[in-house]
Design a protein around this ligand. Structure first.
Ligand SMILES: C[S@@+](CC[C@H](N)C(=O)[O-])C[C@H]1O[C@@H](n2cnc3c(N)ncnc32)[C@H](O)[C@@H]1O
Length: 249
């Protein structure tokens, strides 16, 4: 069973985006920002017992898991993705990872198996089965466990342009703070946080269309941080790049 619009998604995400993985996990500036996006998830995992089980749904090439490991997370992490090639890449490149190919809307795991479940940038790829995706993640989560998800905000100018330019990213157009809150509120207690007032650095230091090597220079890192600080003051939160939702089961 796969989500609607899947032929397009399956083709687009069939092969791992190796450059993207390296950029997010190794670029001196971008990897720090990527790791910051995962700070709340990492803190929550650190509070779990060592034998706790964590699941990343739609883990792709595994950059989030690689960064969680760099943050010192030692608990066992499972990852699933629709793409077999991405899971294989993940198994080769991410330490201590158990990967399985499957769909987010029909997880082959027992009820209440995991202590924490998270996903990132998945909902805008599953068409009209967003609710089922969350329900299924909650099914495999233990009672009292936490489901986190991070979604790119389609109201953010950078992600809006990405949605226009790429058919596989078109789902971003319905990804907004308001829509995500409406969706999450159907599942009980939730907490919303917004991240990255400006994601200009993602274009400027981009691995294929930008200047990733400039991230090594303090001047450009400081310049980017200054842009972010100014953006934090003047850009309304509903336009910030990332929407983070925490739902307690
Ligand atoms: C934008 S990528 C994000 C990957 C990863 N979460 C990250 O942050 O790098 C979206 C991922 O969702 C996967 N995907 C899309 N639809 C899926 C589904 N129904 N079940 C499982 N994975 C899915 C794709 O194969 C792809 O790896």
């Amino acid at each position: 069973m796969v989500a609607q619009g899947d032929v397009l998604q399956r083709d687009y995400f069939k092969k791992p985006f190796v450059g993207n993985f390296k950029w997010r996990t190794e670029n001196p500036y971008v990897s720090v920002k990527e790791s910051n996006l995962l700070a709340d998830i990492a803190e929550c995992i650190k509070c779990l017992p060592t034998e706790a089980l964590v699941l990343e749904v739609a883990c792709g090439e595994g950059p989030n898991i690689a960064l969680l490991r760099k943050r010192g997370i030692t608990q066992k992490i499972y990852g699933i993705d629709l793409s077999q090639e991405r899971i294989a890449f993940c198994c080769r490149n991410v330490k201590d990872f158990t990967g399985v190919t499957m769909s987010a809307i029909k997880l082959a795991f027992k009820d209440e198996m995991f202590d924490l479940v998270f996903f990132r940038d998945l909902l805008h790829h599953v068409g009209n089965v967003k609710r089922t995706t969350i329900t299924e993640s909650l099914r495999v989560l233990k009672k009292g466990g936490v489901l986190y998800f991070l979604e790119a905000n389609g109201r953010n100018p950078g992600f809006f342009l990405q949605a226009i330019a790429l058919r596989a990213e078109r789902g971003l157009l319905s990804s907004s703070k308001k829509n995500i809150v409406e969706l999450a509120s159907q599942f009980g207690r939730y907490e919303l946080s917004m991240y990255e007032p400006s994601n200009f650095f993602r274009v400027f230091f981009h691995y294929s269309v930008g200047f990733p090597t400039l991230a090594r220079y303090r001047f450009f890192a400081l310049l980017s941080d200054t842009v972010t600080k100014i953006a934090e003051k003047i850009i309304p939160q509903n336009l910030w790049a990332y929407i983070c939702m925490k739902i307690v089961k």
